[in-house]
Each structure stands twice: as C-alpha cells, then as structure tokens.
Write a new protein. Structure first.
Length: 144
C-alpha cells in the first residue's frame, strides 16, 4: 500500500462487502447516514484518521494512522434499533456480530497491506446519530 492509502483500502473493503463507507468526523457522518437509505442488515463503516509520517531526510520511512472506526447497523429483519431496545437485546441481535466483523476487517486490512495494529480499544455506541444506529466503535493505530 502506498503511503496515505489507508482510506482507499477501507473504501475498497466496504465496496467488496457491500457496506456503506463514510469518511469524516461525527457531524459529517451524521449527515451522510441521514442521506443514505439503510436497508435491513445494511452495515455502515465510519472512519476518521490522522496521519503521522516519520520522515528521515526527504523520505517517509513509516506512517502511523491514528483514528476511529465504527461499524454499525440499524436493524435486522426482526428488530429495529430504537430507544426501547435494551443494551443486552442490542448485543444479542447485532453488537456481538458487528464486533466480530469489525475486528476481522481490521485484521484482514492490516494483513493484506503489511501493517501492524496497536492500541485497539472497542466500545459500543448505542442509538448513535439521528437515525439511532448501533455501532461498535474502536480507536486504533495502523502502523505502515
């Protein structure tokens, strides 16, 4: 992968898996999610990263991408993410699977692009944004 190419790889991964890809901060993500028609079982990956190149002489020697990735899903065919659904119901119906999918995606992207992952920290963000989408969010570093 070329330097500064992480976002391209994330976008490609989402296209391959039929996920909606949104890049940018939370305000932009909220707007973008509202603009997309999310059907049952549709997954949304939101990403926002900073780049920290290490330069020796005039050449980049390494790159660290610090950021956040969030994989979300509003509903399945049976339930809909809403304020009345309990956290354990959300975990049982979508958060556990989303956790597995997100960590698998991170592993696959890092492996295919010869990057290391550090400081991976996952949490659940429930009823996020105006559309009440449930997310598994993580902060992490990709090191290239």
């Amino acid at each position: 992968m070329e330097y500064f190419g992480l976002i391209d790889k994330l976008r490609d991964y989402c296209t391959e898996h039929n996920w909606i890809f949104i890049y940018g901060n939370e305000a932009f993500a909220n707007y973008s999610i509202d603009q997309n028609k999310i059907y049952p079982e549709q997954r949304v990956l939101v990403a926002d990263f900073t780049c920290l190149p290490t330069i020796e002489g005039s050449k980049i020697q390494s790159m660290t991408y610090n950021g956040v990735m969030m994989l979300g899903q509003k509903k399945e065919y049976i339930t809909d993410s809403n304020l009345n659904e309990s956290p354990i119901q959300k975990y049982d119906t979508r958060l556990k699977e989303l956790s597995q999918l997100l960590t698998m995606a991170i592993g696959q992207i890092s492996c295919e692009n010869e990057m290391e992952v550090s400081n991976l920290n996952l949490k659940y963000d429930l009823n996020k944004f105006d559309m009440n989408v449930d997310f598994v969010a993580c902060s992490l570093n990709f090191i290239q």
